[in-house]
Design a protein around this ligand. Structure first.
Ligand SMILES: Cc1cc2nc3c(=O)[nH]c(=O)nc-3n(C[C@H](O)[C@H](O)[C@H](O)COP(=O)(O)O)c2cc1C
Length: 157
């Protein structure tokens, strides 16, 4: 498969997780283009990849003068806004989403829910269950196993 992996990170966990996804897929002979969300152009998404993987850490942002938990990282938040503004529709395009988070927050891993909404905005098709990863750097070995297993299921189609 020809796969585009778009990620957004604040403290590099989602980057490291994305590198693991990329390496796992490349080991299975898939082609993977990895891009940070602020480097993604509309044309990247219009190109017909066999699969687009979206990954974000879960963070807070100020909305209506209030700090709201459970949000996308800024770069993916801005990309989503750009796609909505452009009214981009990608029916028939396949997506998978994952988010890093921490279950000490009430809105655990809610960036994954925002990514599902983003795929729905685009009219795309989700081909795997959204993955929420808890405390990436605190339980890295377990999380790597979980992520590799999810990725292999993706690769198997
Ligand atoms: C200011 C701040 C806000 C956060 N908000 C949430 C949240 O609402 N929900 C959640 O599950 N995790 C939250 N987290 C935890 C991060 O998502 C988690 O540490 C993640 O691994 C960071 O990924 P990154 O290294 O790619 O930035 C927050 C962390 C910080 C520092």
């Amino acid at each position: 498969m020809n796969i585009l992996l778009i990620y957004a990170t604040n403290s590099s966990g989602t980057l490291v997780a994305s590198e693991l996804i990329r390496d796992t897929l490349q080991n299975q002979k898939h082609d993977v283009t990895m891009k940070r969300a602020n480097q993604v152009e509309l044309a990247d998404l219009k190109a017909k990849f066999d699969l687009v993987i979206l990954g974000s850490c879960t963070w807070g942002r100020v909305i209506d003068h209030r700090w709201v938990q459970g949000q996308l990282q800024d770069h993916l938040f801005e990309l989503r806004a750009k796609l909505i503004k452009a009214n981009l529709l990608l029916p028939g395009h396949k997506f998978a989403v994952f988010a890093l988070g921490d279950s000490s927050y009430t809105e655990f891993g809610a960036a994954a829910d925002k990514l599902v909404a983003m795929v729905n905005d685009l009219g795309g098709e989700l081909v795997a269950e959204p993955l929420k990863i808890d405390g990436w750097f605190f339980h890295q070995e377990d999380n790597e196993e979980k992520l590799a297993a999810w990725t292999k299921r993706l690769a198997a189609g």
